[in-house]
Design a protein around this ligand. Structure first.
Ligand code: ATP
Length: 214
C-alpha cells in the first residue's frame, strides 16, 4: 500500500514556526514521509491576506527550501473560485485513488471551528484529520454533538492511519508553539522584531518586500 500522504492548508500570511515546527513533530510522531503545503486562495470566511498570492508562495518556498519533509502545491491559487478544502480533497482523492491513505493536518483552533467549513462532514469521508495542539485552545469540542462526532472518529492507533485510506482523527501530542501569523503581522506593524517566530530567510524576504510595515 502507498505511504500515508499528508496535506496542510493555510493562508501562510506569513508561514511561521507554529506551522513548521508542529508539523515536523507530527511527522515524527505518526511517521509521515511527505507533507504537501496547500496555500489558500483567500478563504471565504476570513479577511483578505495582507501579502499578495505571489508573496505568500515565495515565503512558503523560502521556508521549505531546507526542509525536505515539505512540498508545495499551488492548485488552490490557480482557481477563480474560493478554495474549499473539501473540493481540493475530492480532487486529490480522485487523482490518488480510493486506496491511498490521505490525511489533512489542522491546528486545534481549526478543529474547534471545523463545523463551519463548507461540507465539513464530508472531510472524514475523504481523508484522516491529524490535529496539532495549539496554545490557548480547548481540547474539548464546543458542543456535546460535536464531541460525539470526534469520539466516533478518534483513533489512538498509528498503524490504522497508514492502513485505512481515511475516516480517522488523530489528536497529536505535538509541542505547543505560541505563534500566529496575526501576531507576526501585528508585531511588524508595531515595529517589533519577530526573530524566533519564523525562519530568517522569510524575515529577510519580508524586509526586502516591505511587507507588514508599521
Ligand atoms: P492567522 O493568525 O492569520 O489567522 P494562522 O497563524 O492561524 O493565521 P494559518 O495559515 O491561517 O495561520 O493556519 C493554517 C493552519 O495552521 C491552521 O490549521 C491552523 O490551525 C494551523 N496553525 C497555525 N498556527 C499554529 C500553531 N502555532 N500551532 C498549531 N497549529 C497552528
Amino acid at each position: 500500500m502507498a505511504s500515508l500522504h499528508a496535506l496542510y492548508g493555510g493562508t501562510f500570511d506569513p508561514i511561521h514556526y507554529g506551522h513548521l515546527k508542529t508539523v515536523e513533530a507530527l511527522a515524527h510522531e505518526v511517521g509521515l514521509q511527505q507533507v504537501t503545503l496547500l496555500p489558500n486562495n483567500v478563504p471565504p470566511h476570513r479577511p483578505q491576506p495582507e501579502a499578495s498570492t505571489a508573496q505568500r508562495v515565495a515565503m512558503v518556498k523560502l521556508a521549505i527550501a531546507d526542509r525536505p519533509l515539505f512540498t508545495l502545491d499551488t492548485r488552490e491559487l490557480e482557481r477563480e473560485t474560493p478554495s474549499y478544502t473539501v473540493e481540493t480533497l475530492e480532487q486529490l482523492r480522485a487523482e490518488r485513488g480510493v486506496e491511498q491513505p490521505l490525511a489533512f493536518i489542522i491546528g486545534q483552533d481549526s478543529l474547534l471551528s471545523l463545523h463551519k467549513w463548507h461540507r465539513w462532514q464530508q472531510l472524514t469521508a475523504l481523508c484522516h484529520l491529524l490535529v496539532c495542539q495549539r496554545p490557548g485552545y480547548d481540547r474539548a469540542m464546543p458542543t456535546p454533538e460535536l464531541q460525539r462526532w470526534l469520539d466516533r472518529h478518534q483513533t489512538h492507533n498509528v498503524s490504522a492511519l497508514h492502513q485505512q485510506p481515511g475516516g480517522l482523527i488523530w489528536l497529536a501530542d505535538t509541542p505547543l508553539v505560541p505563534v500566529s501569523a496575526t501576531e507576526i503581522r501585528t508585531r511588524r506593524h508595531q515595529g517589533l522584531a519577530c526573530d524566533d517566530l519564523l525562519p530568517a530567510a522569510v524575515i529577510d524576504y519580508i524586509n526586502q518586500q516591505g511587507l507588514y510595515r508599521p
